[in-house]
Design a protein around this ligand. Structure first.
Ligand code: S3P
Length: 434
């Protein structure tokens, strides 16, 4: 991949209406369940990102046929629960933790062996959180000291377990439920805090019997998935950069259309409202069992807060953007209980702390969060550490910086948000290649 650096200069206000790309979590799952279903699944609003395309390419190697009638659409010709065929080549998940962890569960129950590999960042991320509980179900998966590659031995008989993950993680829950489709008996996951429930809701939509409530999911192996069309909402986590941008740049009024508002994703709205933000939800409706709505975000002066611990899991991907909001707010913001940020695409506490310090912000790193003193932001040169959400967060910071912020290593923005630069500049950013 060729290196891309950005320069973000003072800009705004943010005005107009935008639609951000489709949800990454939903797109990954729609591909996987469509592949394992009987019949043809049509996906609309599919995220054309590198992460989700990597998952489609892997399923293609395993014998699933896809059509792309138009960008953002996929037709998946399901092969049924036992219709995948093995690949002797390693299966490359790229940068995608969701792809790798969910596929580990899906592949653990197959008759054939598989090897999952990833890029440099994914190769550093912890996988025991899924391989250990899958092992309890009878799966055999070799790791490189807990990290990828994952060598998954096929032909194992899986049996259901009740598992209580030590961390709140939809990826762990989903890996187990996917393996549970192939297991004898019941597989149950009891979470320390409820996480996004797309796997559960999509399983139900595809006709698989499943009991679930916030924080708990239980299913039995041996049923059938039946194809059903999937409408993917706009990704709240991509919307987050524009939400924060419109909150912090004076004079902004921005409408984000048809954003997925699953309550396990929208903790950022609660956090920003505590800080004094002016965000209205309009046209709230339900599509495919998911809440979607338009967000109208107007500038309002923000003040620092001590972030309540219980909203942390509901905004786990939005912390880089929140760090920027906190850095521009009046007063101090304290973030605790977010140690999971250290094992995302980069160590997001360290990446944000180094970058904000380089822009003159006073920030103290904590093992599980940070203390951020809000105030003016200066320019500087920062490293995104190849992390899409760090790159986009500093693009937002540049809107208010006294001199431009140069952001290194932004190519991975294509993993989750193709077209970010054009959409951002159309809404009021001044973002260009450095
Ligand atoms: C995801 C779950 C979250 C999130 C990731 C997507 C999913 O990860 O950070 O971007 O689609 O299940 P964890 O389950 O590790 O918290």
């Amino acid at each position: 991949m060729s290196r891309i650096d950005w320069c973000s200069s003072a800009g705004g206000p943010l005005r107009g209406e935008i639609v951000v790309p489709g949800d990454k979590s939903v797109s990954h799952r729609a591909l996987m369940f469509g592949a394992l279903a009987e019949g043809v699944t049509r996906i609309r609003g599919f995220l054309e990102g590198e992460d989700t395309r990597a998952t489609a390419a892997i399923l293609g190697r395993l014998g699933v046929r896809f059509e792309t009638p138009a960008p953002g659409e996929r037709v998946v010709h399901g092969v049924g629960l036992h219709g995948l065929r093995g690949s002797s080549e390693p299966l490359d998940c790229g940068n995608a933790g969701t792809g790798m962890r969910l596929l580990a569960g899906l592949l653990a129950g197959q008759a054939f062996d598989s090897t999952l590999i990833g890029d440099e960042s994914l190769s550093r991320r912890p996988m025991r959180r899924v391989t250990d509980p899958l092992g309890l179900m009878g799966a055999v998966i070799d790791t490189n000291d807990g990290k990828p590659p994952l060598r998954i031995h096929g032909g194992k008989t899986l049996h259901g377990v009740t598992y209580e993950p030590p961390v709140a993680s939809a990826q762990i829950k989903s890996a187990l439920l996917l393996a549970g489709l192939y297991a004898e008996g019941f597989t149950e996951v009891v979470e320390p805090h409820p996480t996004r429930d797309y796997t559960e809701s999509m399983l139900r939509a595809f006709g698989w019997p499943i009991d679930y409530a916030p924080g708990r999911a239980r299913l039995e192996g041996g049923h059938t998935l039946r194809a059903v069309d999937v409408d993917v909402p706009a990704d709240f986590s991509s919307a987050a950069f524009f939400i924060v941008a419109a909150c912090i740049v004076p004079g902004s009024e921005l409408r984000l259309k048809a954003v997925g508002l699953n309550p396990r994703r929208t903790g950022l709205l609660a956090a920003l409202e505590l800080m004094g933000a002016d965000i209205a939800v309009e046209n709230m409706r339900s599509s495919g069992g998911e809440d979607i709505g338009d967000l109208v975000v107007r500038y309002a002066p923000l003040h620092g807060v001590a972030l309540p611990l219980d909203i942390v899991p509901d905004m786990i991907d939005e912390f880089p953007a929140l760090f920027v909001a906190a850095a521009t707010a009046d007063g101090m913001t304290t973030i605790r209980g977010a140690a999971e940020l250290r094992v995302k695409e980069s160590d997001r506490i360290a990446s944000m702390a180094h970058g904000l310090k380089a822009c003159g912000v006073k920030i103290d790193e904590l093992p599980d969060g940070a203390i951020i003193q809000g105030g003016p932001i200066g320019g500087g040169t920062i490293d995104s550490h190849g992390d899409h959400r760090i790159a986009m967060s500093f693009a937002v910071a540049g809107l208010l910086a006294s001199t431009p912020i140069v952001i290194g290593d932004c190519a991975n923005v294509a993993t989750s948000f193709p077209g970010f630069v054009a959409l951002a500049n159309g809404a009021g950013f001044r973002l260009e290649a450095a």
